[in-house]
Design a protein around this ligand. Structure first.
Ligand code: LLP
Length: 438
């Protein structure tokens, strides 16, 4: 997919770069991101929304992969940015991302985070609960500032069951509940707060969603609520943010729609349901994360050991694993992979790909068809661009890999590989434990 091909050496290439050479040049494990594909996904969203004729913002959900170079691409492509912590906010600000296009999410923003965002002049807060609403108003008052907010509501749509059960989502740590009146109460409260400017409403129904029905149902509920709010409180929402969650293809089991179809379903539903309530059609914002960066990522590993348990299983072990991709261990997520240096060799056996961490559950792929892999072969796991680097850890004090962006045959490091010194950079030995004190 993307700009991946196989060259005349039988090597996988990504963005015009030979993956085997990338592995030699930068070492493994290595996250390789196809920059052209990231930009293509950004443009698919922007173009689909432009075609709708509605006012819109596409906010990249930076949690999926938040590094400064990625913030630069999101900015260049005209996207906004969704951040959920001071760390993501700091990354964006340091990358020079326009602060008025940054949206701050989270169910437990600390006072320090709120102050940092207020000082920076953030575009809007997505307010999650009553405690935050009051705190935000107080802190903004201290600073003599007004703040734009969206209310995060739980629409009662559970996108992962095929029935879209309407109460499924009520037991959630996120947002104001639509069903029990707390969302209405939130708007009433906010209306009376001096520093709060009500911009609109936000709903996120889940992640890795393939069907449009859940989104349509969320729009219907949000439109109904907006109409109720207008009647009861005389407040009109200018913005409806429908969150992220647009699915991608990790393996043949996944059946996502093209980006344009999700966008069209949403914008059509917005026009239909808001018009039904004689409501001025609001701006539409979305927050895709995975579908911007997921399929642009490939992780390269070097194959190390091989273990054959006759009649039971065969393991190949790579020089990374759950520390750079926790998703298989955490969610049972499935991935596809190939030998990057022998891309034309036919599959000969089924293997389990294991990582190098001290944990039996450290597996990346359970049943991968591969040629007989040798020590030193380069394994390329595809679709690792979202929630891989972002969720990487130093378990076993394994160093986190480098990230390179590839484009038109050029490879640029955007995150350096961690060094041994990085591993101990925050360690402190108290004087009474120092070797000299012995
Ligand atoms: N907006 C909100 C409010 C969210 O909570 C999320 C994801 C997104 C946008 C972006 O969703 P996306 O388009 O990426 O599906 N670690 C998990 C995914 C967690 C998603 C959390 N929220 C994974 O690796 O699958």
């Amino acid at each position: 997919h993307g700009t991946s091909t196989i060259n005349d050496k039988g090597h996988l290439t990504i963005g015009g770069c030979d993956a085997t050479e990338l592995a030699q040049q930068f070492g493994t494990p290595l996250y390789v991101m196809d920059e052209a594909l990231i930009r293509q996904r950004c443009r698919e969203y922007m173009e689909a929304f432009r075609a709708s004729g509605l006012q819109f913002q596409v906010a990249y959900a930076s949690k999926a992969f938040c590094v400064m170079a990625m913030c630069r691409i999101a900015d260049e492509e005209g996207l906004s940015l969704d951040v959920v912590s001071d760390g993501e906010l700091y990354t964006a600000l340091k990358a020079g991302f326009p602060v008025e296009r940054i949206h701050f999410h989270g169910n437990n923003k600390t006072p320090q985070e709120i102050e940092m965002a207020l000082d920076a002049g953030i575009g809007c807060f997505v307010v999650d609960n009553f405690v935050e609403l009051q705190l935000l108003n107080e802190l903004a008052k201290d600073k003599g500032k007004k703040v734009n907010i969206l209310f995060r509501i739980t629409p009662g749509v559970e996108a992962h069951t095929h029935e879209f059960i309407s109460t499924g989502q009520t037991d959630s740590k996120f947002g104001f509940d639509l069903g029990n009146g707390s969302a209405m109460e939130a708007v009433r409260t906010a209306k009376a707060l001096s520093q709060i400017e009500i911009l609109g409403i936000h709903s996120h129904i889940g992640s890795q969603i393939f069907e449009v029905e859940g989104f349509k149902m969320a729009v219907e509920k949000v439109a109904g609520f907006a109409a109720d709010v207008r009647n009861e409180l005389d407040v009109t929402f200018q913005v409806v943010n429908l969150g992220g969650g647009f699915g991608i293809r990790y393996t043949g089991e996944d059946t996502p729609l093209p980006v344009s179809q999700y966008v069209q379903a949403i914008t059509d539903a917005v026009k239909e349901y808001f018009t039904q309530h004689q409501y001025p059609v609001p701006q539409i914002w979305v927050e895709p994360g995975r579908s911007i960066v997921g399929d642009a990522g490939t992780t390269l590993y070097t194959v190390g050991t091989y273990k054959d348990i006759p009649g039971v299983n065969k393991y190949i072990a790579v020089d990374g694993g759950m520390t750079d991709n926790i998703r298989p261990a955490l969610y049972g997520s499935k991935y596809e992979a190939m030998l990057a240096n022998r891309a034309n060799d036919p599959a000969e056996e089924t293997v389990t790909v294991a990582g190098k961490a001290c944990e039996s559950g450290d597996k990346l792929i359970w049943d991968l068809e591969l040629p007989r892999a040798n020590t030193g072969d380069i394994l390329a796991v595809s679709c690792t661009g979202a929630y891989n680097y972002a969720m990487a850890s130093n378990y076993n004090r394994i160093r986190r890999p480098a990230v390179v962006f590839v484009k038109d045959g050029q490879a640029d490091v955007v995150v350096e590989r961690e060094s041994h010194d990085d591993i101990i950079v925050n360690d402190v030995i108290p004087a009474r434990l120092s070797k000299e004190a012995l």
